[in-house]
Write a protein that binds this ligand. Structure first.
Ligand code: GRF
Length: 227
C-alpha cells in the first residue's frame, strides 16, 4: 500500500472535527494521516492534538501582514512535508500563497448547505440562527475545496440533516456537527485518493451516501470528557 499522505489540520476551536479525523485515521487504512495541527490561537484543539501525540503549531494572524503569515505557514507545512490541508473550524482566511501552493488540496467543512448560509461572518451559531430564521426545513454540512474567498470553492459533498420544528440553534448545531464528523473523513479519503492518483478531486454524489451513512456511528468526537 502507498504511504498515507501527510495532512495538516487547521482549527480555531474545540476540535471535535479533528478528533473524528484522528479516530478515522487510527481505525481505518485511510490514505492520509495527520502530521501537524495548526491553530491561530491557544485553543482546545491543541490539547486534543497533544493527547494524540500529534505535533502542533500556533500561527497568530491578528494584526499581521498576510504575506508574513503565508511565509510562516508554508514553512510549517514544509517542515511536516504536508500534502493535504483540512480546515476543521478554522475561522481565518488562509493567505493567498498557501491557497495557490495547495490548490485543490485544501478542504473545509462548513455547517450548512452552501452556497446558502456561507461567507464572511457565517460561522458558529450565526449559521444555525440564520438557517432557523430562514424557515429552511433542511440543513447539513458541506465539505468543499478552498479558494481565496470564504466558503466559495467547489462543493465536494453535502449531507442533509433535518431541521425539526422547535429546534434551537444549539440543537440544530449538535445534529449538524454529528453529520460533519461522518462526512469529513469520507471526503478526506476521497480527495487523498485523487491526489495519489494525480487527478483533480471530483464531487461525491448520492452513490456515496451509503458509505457516509455507514461511517462510524461510534462518534467519539462529541464526547464530553474534557478534551
Ligand atoms: C464546526 O461546526 C465546523 O463546521 C465549523 O466550525 C465548527 C468546528 O467545531 N467550521 P469543532 O472545533 O471541530 O468542534
Amino acid at each position: 500500500m502507498t504511504a498515507p499522505l501527510p495532512a495538516a489540520v487547521f482549527a480555531s476551536g474545540g476540535g471535535s472535527n479533528l478528533q473524528s479525523l484522528l479516530d478515522h485515521s487510527e481505525s481505518t487504512e485511510a490514505p492520509w494521516r495527520i502530521s501537524v495541527v495548526i491553530a491561530n490561537r491557544d485553543a482546545g484543539v491543541l490539547m486534543r492534538a497533544r493527547a494524540a501525540g500529534i505535533p502542533t503549531a500556533v500561527i497568530p494572524t491578528k494584526d499581521r501582514d498576510p504575506q508574513d503569515v503565508g511565509e510562516e505557514t508554508l514553512s510549517v507545512l514544509g517542515t511536516h512535508a504536508v500534502d493535504l490541508v483540512f480546515l476543521a473550524g478554522y475561522l481565518r482566511l488562509l493567505p493567498p500563497a498557501v491557497i495557490s501552493a495547495f490548490r485543490n488540496r485544501i478542504l473545509n467543512v462548513h455547517p450548512a448547505l452552501l452556497p446558502a448560509f456561507g461567507g464572511k461572518g457565517m460561522y458558529g451559531m450565526h449559521v444555525h440562527e440564520a438557517v432557523l430564521a430562514s424557515g429552511a426545513r433542511v440543513s447539513g454540512p458541506t465539505v468543499h475545496l478552498v479558494d481565496e474567498e470564504y466558503d466559495r470553492g467547489r462543493i465536494l459533498a453535502q449531507l442533509p440533516v433535518p431541521v425539526l420544528l422547535g429546534d434551537t440553534a444549539e440543537e440544530l448545531a449538535a445534529r449538524v456537527l454529528a453529520a460533519e464528523h461522518r462526512l469529513f473523513s469520507i471526503v478526506a479519503d476521497h480527495v487523498a485518493r485523487a491526489v495519489l492518483e494525480g487527478r483533480e478531486p471530483e464531487p461525491l454524489d448520492a452513490r456515496h451516501w451509503e458509505d457516509i451513512s455507514h461511517a462510524s456511528n461510534q462518534d467519539q468526537s462529541t464526547r464530553k470528557d474534557g478534551i
